[in-house]
Write a protein that binds this ligand. Structure first.
Ligand SMILES: *[C@@H]1O[C@H](CO)[C@@H](O)[C@H](O)[C@H]1NC(C)=O
Ligand SMILES: *[C@@H]1O[C@H](CO)[C@@H](O)[C@H](O)[C@H]1NC(C)=O
Ligand SMILES: *[C@@H]1O[C@H](CO)[C@@H](O)[C@H](O)[C@H]1NC(C)=O
Ligand SMILES: *[C@@H]1O[C@H](CO)[C@@H](O)[C@H](O)[C@H]1NC(C)=O
Length: 191
């Protein structure tokens, strides 16, 4: 069964340009956290080759605990390196700087992140092959939809992350054309 971690990895790497990558380097004792007001918006032009949707519920989500969600991603053209991603992350009204690839970062080529996803016996890790999602560039067209399901998340998040977040991420190709655009907002606080 696909774990939330794998789904998050797949989505983050392929679509969100690591915007959701958990900052595991922030070692702090995790306590119960509440995630509220999660919203996802696909802000790409209709003609852009990549589109997606993501829904998480309930609102509020308590971590550790259960998250219900669905996610979909469609790529309608071939995409080759470089795929540049620009992430802007705001905590409240403050722009979060880029530290260790977390925050308002620019990634020169997402393809090099995909290279870091280890292949298992020459194929991408589950559930990517079954969903037809490529993990190496050039990316080939695919359409993947994970119907609504419930995951148990046994980890929490460090308290230092508490706050209201607005995250926007845009991916452009080597010619500067928009490939994908997403906006996320959420609020994290102590239970
Ligand atoms: C999470 O879901 C499981 C299985 O559906 C259930 O047994 C468990 O009680 C739920 N946990 C919480 C905190 O709601
Ligand atoms: C989400 O995207 C998938 C794949 O494009 C699509 O099948 C599904 O209908 C979409 N769901 C919503 C609620 O937009
Ligand atoms: C993607 O590339 C393959 C192989 O080069 C080609 O056969 C296919 O038609 C291309 N697809 C699109 C949508 O451009
Ligand atoms: C690895 O791939 C080869 C060739 O596709 C196959 O014969 C073999 O069974 C696979 N091994 C595992 C452990 O999946």
């Amino acid at each position: 069964m696909a774990s939330l971690k794998t789904m998050t990895l797949a989505l983050a790497a392929v679509f969100l340009g690591m915007a959701l990558a958990a900052p595991v380097h922030l070692h702090q004792k995790p306590v119960s956290r509440v995630l509220t007001s999660f919203s996802f918006q696909d802000c790409a032009a209709p003609s852009a080759p990549m589109h997606g949707n993501l829904s998480l519920s309930p609102d509020p989500i308590v971590l550790p605990g259960n998250i219900t969600g669905y996610a979909g991603i469609v790529l309608s053209s071939n995409l080759s390196s470089p795929l540049k991603a620009t992430v802007e992350m705001k905590k409240g009204i403050i722009k979060v700087p880029c530290v260790d690839n977390f925050g308002s970062c620019t990634y020169d080529d997402l393809c090099s992140f995909l290279e870091k996803i280890p292949l298992k016996n020459g194929t991408c890790p589950d559930p990517m092959p079954a969903m037809g999602i490529p993990c190496r560039c050039p990316l080939t067209p695919f359409s993947a939809f994970m119907p609504e399901r419930t995951f148990h998340v046994s980890e929490s998040l460090p308290g230092i992350l508490d706050g209201d977040y607005d995250i926007s991420a845009e991916i452009t190709d080597g010619s500067g054309n928009q490939v994908a655009c997403v906006k996320l907002s959420l609020a994290l606080k102590s239970a």
